[in-house]
Design a protein around this ligand. Structure first.
Ligand code: ADP
Length: 297
């Protein structure tokens, strides 16, 4: 089974003609509320593909929390690990201007209250997980506890987003570390000139057993310390409509296929197709494909 440990947010979206300045009020469009957060997105993406998926997350005891739980259940995710209370559900307050540019304020809310103790209390979920996927929209000590909680033979897939300095212990547990170009450069600390191949060498030197770098329309680069040189995995060409959530769809697909026992390159070849399918539709969770839609690509 796949266990996703991470964030769940309500995305509150309003269109505006222009953004308000300090002390100013502007009128916007009707509010649209979408389920989001990287953890919730990955769990929905995996379940929609057919993966047996559980989500370990924390929401508030409020309407947004119920919306998030319902969207997970609708996709077929096991929500027994979705904890409630301690703070309001995390929200992203998003204004979109006529040129399509977003301004976003995130209130982490309950996501910031997902504790190492919550991880230890979820031992049964870890016991049945062959792959555990985690991101950085929850506290770093909770991520570190997640790495310690893996069952024997289980793999940790970490997408360090938003990027933050990672303890060596967490880096060493990643198999793979999944980064986009921006996250790769952040972790390599500015010293990252060169090619994705050179970034992959720099990242594997930090301790992960494997690294996957997503390269947008170019697909991905896979580097496994147990195999030879880094391998490019091209993405199918599609008409990109909205890339929101593409990375989450990619990572969820990769984690699921690794759990089925596929090799990293094989799993990445499936994941680029899932990422490509996700960019052909608007939205994050709304854009995630079923397995049939991936085969049809
Ligand atoms: P992120 O969304 O985290 O920035 P990327 O932009 O690298 O990550 O996209 C993740 C994956 O989604 C890529 O590896 C690729 O499979 C797919 N993807 C993203 N953009 C496109 C695109 N324009 N055309 C085809 N596939 C894409």
């Amino acid at each position: 089974d796949l266990l996703v440990v991470g964030s769940a947010n309500a995305d509150l979206v309003v269109g505006v003609d222009r953004r308000p300045g300090p002390g100013e009020t502007v009128l916007g469009s009707d509010l649209v509320v979408h389920p989001g957060g990287k953890g919730a997105n990955q769990a929905v993406a995996a379940a929609r593909l057919g993966a047996r998926t559980a989500l370990l997350a924390r929401v508030g005891d409020d309407a947004h929390g119920r919306l998030l739980r319902a969207s997970q259940q609708e996709a077929g995710v096991d929500t027994g690990g979705v904890l409630a209370g301690g703070a309001p559900t995390g929200v992203a307050l998003i204004t979109v201007d006529p040129s399509g540019d977003n301004s976003i304020v995130v209130s982490p809310g309950a996501n910031a209250r997902l504790t190492p103790e919550d991880i230890r209390a979820a031992a049964p979920l870890f016991a049945s997980a062959r792959v555990v996927s985690v991101q950085l929209e929850i506290p770093l000590d909770t991520v570190a506890e997640t790495a310690r909680a893996l069952g024997p033979g289980a793999r940790l897939v970490l997408n360090p987003s938003p990027p933050a300095p990672l303890p060596a212990e967490v880096l060493a547990a990643c198999d793979p570390l999944v980064v986009n170009e921006h996250e790769a450069r952040y972790i390599l600390g500015g010293s990252a000139g060169g090619t994705p191949e050179s970034w992959a060498r720099g990242l594997t030197a930090l301790g992960p057993r494997s690294v996957v770098i997503t390269l947008g329309a170019e697909g991905a680069l896979v580097a496994d310390t147990r195999a030879g040189d880094p391998v490019r995995v091209p993405s199918p060409q599609v008409d990109a409509v909205d890339t929101t959530g593409a990375g989450d769809a990619f990572t969820a697909a990769l984690a699921w296929r690794l759990g089925l026992g596929e090799e990293l390159t094989e799993a990445a070849a499936f994941a680029v197709r899932v990422g490509a399918a996700a960019v052909t539709k608007q939205g994050a969770q709304a854009s995630f494909p079923t397995a049939e839609e991936v085969s049809a690509l």
